[in-house]
Design a protein around this ligand. Sequence first.
Ligand SMILES: [Zn+2]
Length: 417
Amino acid sequence: MQLKTILNRIQKFKSFVYRSIRWVEDAKVPTIEAELRSRTNSRPVCSGCSHKRPGYDRLPMRRFEFIPMWGIRVFFLYVPRRVDCPTCGIRVERMPWSEGKHRLTETYAWFLAGWARRLSWKEVAEAFRTTWDHVFCSVEMAVTWGQEKRDLSGIGAIGIDEIQWQRGHKYLTLVYQIDADCLRLLWIGKKRKVKTLLGFFRWFGKERTRELDYICSDMWKPYLRVIAKKAGHAIHILDRFHIMAKLRKAIDKVRAQEAKELKEKGYDPVLTKSRWLLLKRPENLTEEQETKLADLLQYNLKSIRSYLLKEEFQFFWSYKSPYWAGLFLDKWCTKTMRSKIEPMKDIARSLRKHRPLLLNWFRAKGQFSSGIVEGFNNKAKLTTRKAYGFRTYHAAEIALYHALGALPVPKMTHEFF
Ligand SMILES: [Zn+2]
């Protein structure tokens, strides 16, 4: 079987044919070049308007990289024609294997983008002996294509979340669709300000916003303000993941401060290595950790009392009726306000303030599993962390859409990936 036969099976173009295929003798890496020609009498298609137009002249020969095989690089060679288009002027013709000025064939770009879902961009570049830039351009192409083609109808529930990126206090606002049958990242915005989230609603449009039934978010004030203003009709839920995360943060603060105080007073450093004991759920502790926790619980420390308050608060989520959940919440808040532990009192204050939104969790019960936003949050953090090559916001944005956007991909006649 000839290579030309294989190429015709997997990558055939209507108005173009493969001519000679040759081994490049003096290449550093084994390389094959396949020459493409337009069919005799076929008229070139204008890349501007996609109409058949009379030919004008020819450009110098160009090379387009195709998927390598057996460690051999594969290139298409083609001499592009230019057309004389009454609408667009003198333009290069459209070539079905490549878009615009890209040096990679589209098939190869989709291939790289596919692998970039599984490996880091650096690893993809190494595995296929190409550059980071080529991988980036491929992913960018896939994301652009997918965003144009994605269906934004029927979105009933969204979750609004934030992640830190780069060092320091730089945030990204992420909006997910969290309907049971469709989970995906919809939108990314810089920072976490009122303006940021307003940007989402402007992009999303009034009509789609009207169809929203549920919105999950944390207690971040700018988000609350924008949601109330733009989507007051939807049931706004403060979700479990964000609230428990806030509680863990408060405990960490109490523990760190108390450990410092104890050390200054010359006490045993009982708290210095207990960070994870207090943050983990009890059922996730190892046996050794369990023993250590049992020891710790004997001390009447603020950290321990905070920990017990947090564990007690877990009961809140097991209620069925908003009424009883509300009573529990009020009791918990009163108790916490009397604890004299400032970071915990802060939490109680803010929970009291947002009581109706919190109880909305029970009004929407059964609609979402609490793990959805948390799962997305972890994946988003992993994506930005894994790719420390993302020096720019744009690259981070592309990587997140690629990893979490569940974007559509084109149907190809042959599956290369
Ligand atoms: Zn044209």
